[in-house]
Design a protein around this ligand. Structure first.
Ligand code: SF4
Length: 294
C-alpha cells in the first residue's frame, strides 16, 4: 500500500475543480503490440493486477485518511478485464461511495452497458488512444483498431454520459501532410470533450525505436529530447519533424479555440469561481510549457 501519509496530499489537486486527487494503480501490462508504445516494454505484455479487495481498500483509505475522492485508475486498458471492471464498479456502488474517477481504454474494448455502469460508479472521464484518423497509419502502427471503432466508442461514451479525452500522435511512419489534415478533421468531428496530441517518440526497445534506428530516422540521440510533448526527434521521410510540431499546435488551437467550445467552457467556469481560479493557473502553466510552445 503506498505510504500516502508521507505526501502533502492537499497539494495535488485537479486543475478544473481544485479538489485533491490521486492515482490508484489497478493493473499493469498490455497484450497489444502498438509499435510506438512503451507500456508492453515497460510493464510486460501479461496483464497483472491487484485484487479487488486491495483496490477497494486503497480507495477507502484515500477517502477516510486523506480526504481524497477524485481518482485516476492508472492502468493501460481499464476495460480489458471486463469482469474485474464490472466487479469494481459494483463494489463502489454497493458502498455508496461518492467518488469521481477517470481512466483510459481502447476504443474497441467498450460497450454501452459497461460504460453506463462505469458512469454510475463515478467515472466521468475516459481517455481513448485514437492516435490517427488515417487507417493506413493505424495499421502500420499495429494498433489493431478501426477508425470506425473510435467513432462508435465516442458515441457510446456520450450516450452513457462519460466525457472523453482523445489522444493523438503525429509523425508515425507513413505520416504525410494529407494524413495530418485527415487526423485533425477526424479529431474535430468526433465530439470529444478534450484532446491531447503528441509527437511520435522512438523509445528504445519499442518496435518504432528499432525501426527508427534501422532506417536512420533519428534526428537526436540526446535522451532529454525524447519527449512526446516536445519537438519530434524522428524524420520518417514522408513528413518533416518541424511539420509534426506545427500539426500538434494546429490541432490544439483548432480544438480548444473553437468559439462554441470556448463559450461552453466559459459558462462552466463562470458558474464555478473555484474552477475559474484553477483554470487561470492551468492556462499559465500551458503558456509556460512546451504544449503551447510547440
Ligand atoms: S497503445 Fe494502448 S493498446 Fe497499444 S500497446 Fe500501448 S497500452 Fe497497449
Amino acid at each position: 500500500m503506498p505510504a500516502r501519509d508521507l505526501f502533502r496530499n492537499e497539494r495535488y489537486t485537479l486543475p478544473h475543480n481544485g479538489k485533491p486527487f490521486t492515482l490508484i494503480n489497478v493493473s499493469r501490462g498490455c497484450p497489444y503490440s502498438c509499435i510506438f508504445c512503451i507500456a508492453p516494454v515497460y510493464y510486460g505484455k501479461r496483464l497483472r493486477r491487484h485484487s479487488l479487495a486491495y483496490v477497494l481498500d486503497e480507495i477507502e483509505r484515500c477517502q477516510t485518511l486523506h480526504g481524497i475522492d477524485q481518482f485516476l485508475f492508472w492502468e493501460e486498458i481499464f476495460t480489458l478485464d471486463r469482469e474485474f471492471g464490472v466487479s469494481l464498479c459494483e463494489a463502489i456502488l454497493e458502498r455508496s461511495w461518492k467518488i469521481s474517477w477517470a481512466t483510459t481504454t481502447r476504443a474497441d474494448r467498450v460497450d454501452l452497458e459497461f460504460l453506463q455502469l462505469m458512469r454510475k460508479a463515478g467515472c466521468d472521464l475516459l481517455g481513448l488512444g485514437v492516435e490517427s484518423g488515417e487507417q493506413t497509419i493505424l495499421d502500420v502502427a499495429k494498433k489493431q483498431e478501426k477508425v470506425e471503432e473510435v467513432v462508435n466508442a465516442v458515441a457510446l461514451c456520450k450516450q452513457a454520459g462519460v466525457r472523453t479525452m482523445g489522444h493523438f500522435i503525429f509523425g508515425l511512419p507513413g505520416e504525410t501532410e494529407a494524413s495530418i489534415n485527415k487526423t485533425i478533421e477526424f479529431g474535430l468531428g468526433l465530439g470529444l470533450d478534450y484532446l491531447q496530441c503528441y509527437a511520435a517518440v522512438p523509445y528504445p526497445k519499442t518496435e518504432l525505436g528499432l525501426m527508427a534506428k534501422r532506417n536512420g530516422w533519428l534526428t537526436s540521440d540526446r535522451w532529454m529530447d525524447f519527449d512526446f510533448g516536445g519537438a519530434s526527434v524522428m524524420d520518417v521521410g514522408t513528413i518533416a519533424p518541424e511539420e509534426v510540431s506545427i500539426a500538434r499546435a494546429r490541432m490544439f488551437r483548432s480544438f480548444y479555440l473553437r468559439p462554441g467550445y470556448m463559450l461552453r467552457q466559459a459558462k462552466m467556469l463562470l458558474s464555478h469561481p473555484r474552477q475559474l481560479a484553477q483554470a487561470s493557473k492551468f492556462l499559465n502553466w500551458m503558456r509556460s510549457s512546451k504544449v503551447s510552445a510547440s
